[in-house]
Design a binder for this molecule. Sequence first.
Ligand SMILES: [Zn+2]
Length: 473
Amino acid sequence: MSVKLSFLGAADTVTGSRTLINFRGKQILVDCGLFQGPKEYRERNWAKFSPDPANIDSIILTHAHLDHSGYLPRICHEGFKGPIITSEGTADLCGIILRDAGWLEEESAKFANESGYSNHKPALPLFTVEDAERALTQFRPTKRQEWTDLGDGVSLRFLRAGHIIGASLVQLSFETEVGQKLITFTGDLGNGRSYILRGPDQLHETDVLVLESTYGDRLQPRTSAMDALGEVVRRTYERKGVLVIPAFAVGRAQEITYILRLLEDRGQIPKIPVILDSPMAASAMRICLKHTEDQVLDSAFHTTAEPFLPQLFEVSATSDDSMLACMRSGPMIIISASGMLSGGRILHHLKRRLPDSRNTLLFTGYQAEGSKGRYVQEQAAKDGKVRIHHEEIPVEAEVVTLDHLSSHVDQTDVLSYIERMRKLPAKIYINHGMPEAQRTLAQKIHARFGIEACPVSDNSRVELFSSHNAFRR
Ligand SMILES: [Zn+2]
């Protein structure tokens, strides 16, 4: 019996991670992500899910980011009743991320109905907090490294991916007619340069690798992230400006907060107010402290967030706090979500701060093509304006990007990771990247290792380990 893979998302793009496995009549979904970004992607979340969710046996989750986990409430609402198997850290983070996503869905539907600002009458949420709660009851947290038997000749284990707390590579073992075979999904793979997270576990062998390629055609700087961030803080401070940092609430926000503290301790930046305007980021910090298996911090950090935090640190718990922070004058640092400017409190801060040349907008994470973040990063400074909440906002602030803090591997990292394997995979499928990134990485891998490396396209299917041809496409 062969193994069939269907790439239902994160193929030719970085969003909507979903790969379906068919084996001996069993259907297993690896990741169940939301499509985010431009409208044509977001509309895919509303399409009828195929196969019928009621016929899927289990879902395996690599990590908690919404582009990997955010469709879970909807798929459970649509009839999926099986277990959602994931690491303990991911289960904890999903507890806050999925509830928050459900709340945001409900709020934006309410807003659209009240303002009449929607073509849909009435506008509906994709899923609700109740759907998120139901999905959370189906979670089965599992320890890493240990093999779990899923029945019908399939077993599974997680390895640390070092991308965010809980993030894991997924290894699946299949008893096929051509012998025991391993397929490994990297999910999003970390680069080992984080100040908080441990690097990924080294994979030693797999027959087939499904590899992410977010930075497949790019290299990140190897100079000090701390020095680079310190430089931006000092420059903005000297202008008495406000440094606004859009950050993913889970992962990046904690990393930046901690680096700011280190810079203060070393006397490399002045002590200025640092406002974390994201209640979810504050909850994520508690989960980060709990999961010591994923961090490099010493035991002083395991019980209290104190050593993490800059001296003049504040959390904006309510939206009133957020509005007050919006009105305050610099020098000051504001960290807020969403990281790609797709919504959330960051937009109020940008409306207020972008028109002032003393201020700085600092990008620290990947900005997907078509996102508002990518537009501001590449175009808004040239155009001198950006549209936020139906208003033209002048862009006078300095716009800076630091690629140092990425939580993904870049091209060099991937090649070294493969090189360190004891036995190379026979075949690599490349997903989770824009077409150019997928293609470039495939060419590099083939040139260096002679491995057949295939960029996967949207909705493509492959058949593996059949007795006629071990790797029939
Ligand atoms: Zn991720």
